[in-house]
Ligand binder design. Structure first.
Ligand code: C2E
Ligand code: C2E
Ligand code: C2E
Length: 90
């Protein structure tokens, strides 16, 4: 990867996402559902999403991409490695 682009792949834990209260996870859950629908990918326990999608989601959550990925680790939606592995610009 070039420049400051992070190499880590964003893999969302869909089972964990379903367990979170809607006021926290609502926007992310709707985004993930839309991606599943566009791909026709409904059977997975996890969903790989685009780096670009994390940036869009960060705008929705009014956070930097780094803050959002930390938040997702805290919720258990991303694995702990995502916290340190990601070098995304704040
Ligand atoms: P699209 O962006 O025009 O992509 C068309 C097809 O190219 C995708 O069909 C997929 O087979 C492939 N493709 C594009 N980018 C990637 C990639 O980074 N990795 C992989 N593995 N394949 C890629 P698919 O999966 O049926 O998706 C259909 C459409 O659904 C996509 O059209 C896009 O508009 C939307 N979509 C699917 N997944 C995502 C996603 O994670 N984020 C966003 N923003 N859109 C998505
Ligand atoms: P990987 O990307 O490390 O994914 C490991 C496993 O996590 C996958 O095993 C699948 O069970 C699950 N997984 C990851 N992302 C998704 C997702 O967005 N949707 C669903 N439903 N499951 C997901 P699997 O399917 O046996 O694939 C093994 C490896 O094969 C993947 O490792 C990846 O390296 C490659 N692969 C499979 N499908 C694709 C694809 O559409 N595009 C690309 N580029 N690689 C793929
Ligand atoms: P991946 O399939 O292993 O792709 C890794 C990276 O290669 C992508 O990171 C993207 O930078 C590039 N790439 C792969 N295929 C394409 C393509 O068709 N067009 C372009 N422009 N770039 C491509 P990115 O975008 O962060 O995506 C991360 C992962 O999210 C992908 O890993 C794949 O598992 C999933 N993904 C993203 N978009 C789609 C999609 O449209 N359909 C499906 N089925 N999976 C997607």
């Amino acid at each position: 990867p070039s420049g400051s682009e992070p190499a880590a792949k964003i893999v969302i834990n869909l089972e964990r996402l379903q367990q979170l209260p809607a006021e926290k996870a609502g926007p992310l859950a709707r985004y993930a559902a839309a991606i599943q629908s566009q791909r026709g990918d409904y059977n997975g326990k996890v969903l790989s999403i685009r780096n670009e999608d994390l940036r869009s989601l960060a705008i929705i959550y009014d956070m930097s991409p780094g803050e959002l990925s930390d938040q997702l680790v805290d919720w258990g939606v991303l694995p702990p490695e995502a916290r340190v592995a990601r070098g995304i610009d704040e």
